[in-house]
Design a protein around this ligand. Structure first.
Ligand SMILES: Cc1cc2nc3c(=O)[nH]c(=O)nc-3n(C[C@H](O)[C@H](O)[C@H](O)COP(=O)(O)O)c2cc1C
Length: 376
């Protein structure tokens, strides 16, 4: 009965709701999705309805305890990637549709109005969005309150917060940037289940200084001194060669960092026809192959030390399963919510269980990394 409801919701969203939503200017649509999710978070009846209609659990196959991630337990491998809700105001709705964890944010030390609008362009032919938000958010002092409330009130959702460097005219040299991160990390102590450090936001005027190994080492050396209550994962850039990426990982493993999130938006527009005056970087399908490659390479060399969260271009259970078999223990998604709606989450979970069973795995952990060898 519930599966039927979820199938209908998926069909309904893709064939009826999405065509209407995709006529709305994308900045407005994102705003509306947030308002609706916040409304659902606040109202008990809606929360109950979402919980009821989107429920699907298979703990035996999908739940896991990640020893290298400070023994954190997850009901299933699916989480919300950073960017959908910068200010952590939709946690109950996110939990209700069945995510096991969520990275809210990215938030920054100071309030940040973001880049000039428009922030989004749709590229439905590529199953992608162009993003140029520039880290608009309320600032960590405010977000610490909302995320802490979400963390306290959540039942199963592991509430994470992504932090980035403030994108404004006050941003100065590296040491100012490092203190920006350190402030945010300090403010969030005890208020989240885990932290994601975003060093790879491509839509900022200071660029990505901490995707250089020496500068990353300076950042992580400083952050090692800041008290944190849960594990830390680093959000990695996608536009690096394996050799460059590996140099960053060599730095990461020397510090108090438990995981890497692979990976952020794609900058390279090669092979894609995109109007030159559209500013921003790509989410969705164009990020998939590079993310898969970097996940596998990372797993082969650092899989014993780092927990990998895979994200980029997951639209089907097969996409998620591939990331898991290449080495990801957790799989985050963002764009699928715009393209398939909330019922995509039970759809991913059910589909993943079937794929695991078909291949004879009894729990997701048995499948992690089993195909990484393809990239050796
Ligand atoms: C609307 C939107 C906003 C985003 N903002 C952030 C952000 O603030 N911080 C971050 O680390 N990644 C951000 N991202 C990147 C996503 O977390 C993710 O890395 C990327 O979209 C690939 O996943 P997907 O294909 O499932 O969308 C954003 C993505 C989208 C679609």
């Amino acid at each position: 009965m519930r599966w039927f409801l979820q199938k209908c919701a998926l069909f309904f969203y893709i064939h009826l709701v999405k065509p209407i939503l995709f006529r709305i200017q994308p900045d407005d649509m994102h705003e509306k999705m947030l308002v609706l999710s916040e409304f659902a978070t606040r109202h008990a009846l809606f929360r109950w309805f979402i919980n009821y209609s989107m429920k699907y659990n298979n703990k035996q196959m999908l739940a896991q305890k990640l020893d290298n991630f400070k023994n954190m337990e997850f009901n299933n491998p699916f989480g919300l990637g950073a960017g959908f809700d910068k200010n952590a105001v939709t946690a109950a709705a996110i939990e209700g549709i069945g995510f096991a964890y969520a990275a809210f944010g990215s938030t920054t030390a100071r309030y940040c109005p973001g880049n000039e609008r428009p922030w989004f362009h749709r590229l439905p032919e590529y199953k992608s969005l162009m993003i140029n938000v520039g880290l608009a958010n309320n600032g960590v002092d405010s977000v610490a309150k909302t995320v802490s409330k979400a963390h306290d009130e959540s039942r199963t959702l592991r509430v994470g917060q992504s932090i980035a460097r403030t994108n404004d005219a006050k941003a100065a040299d590296d040491s100012e940037g490092i203190e920006d991160y350190a402030y945010s990390l300090g403010q969030l102590f005890g208020k989240t289940a885990y932290i994601e450090i975003n060093i790879s936001c491509p839509n900022t005027f200071k660029g990505e200084p901490f995707t250089d190994p020496v500068r990353l080492d300076a950042l992580l050396t400083r952050l090692d001194k800041v008290k944190r209550s849960g594990p830390v994962t680093l959000k990695m850039p996608s536009d690096k060669t394996w050799e460059e990426f590996r140099e960053l990982l060599e730095v990461v493993v020397k510090h108090d960092v438990q995981g890497v999130t692979i990976s952020n938006l794609r900058k390279n527009r090669e092979g894609l026809e995109i109007p030159k005056d559209w500013k921003g970087n790509l989410s969705g399908a164009p990020t998939k192959d590079k993310s898969d490659y970097l996940i596998a390479k990372t797993f082969l060399e650092y899989g014993q030390r780092l927990v990998i969260t895979g994200l980029g271009g997951v639209f089907t259970p097969e996409d998620a399963y591939r990331k898991i078999r290449l080495g990801a223990s957790l799989v985050s998604v963002v764009s699928i919510l715009m393209f398939k709606g909330p019922a995509a989450i039970p759809y991913l979970k059910r589909g993943l269980v079937k794929l695991l069973k078909d291949d004879g795995f009894r729990n997701i952990q048995d499948a992690v990394g089993t195909a990484a060898i393809e990239y050796e």
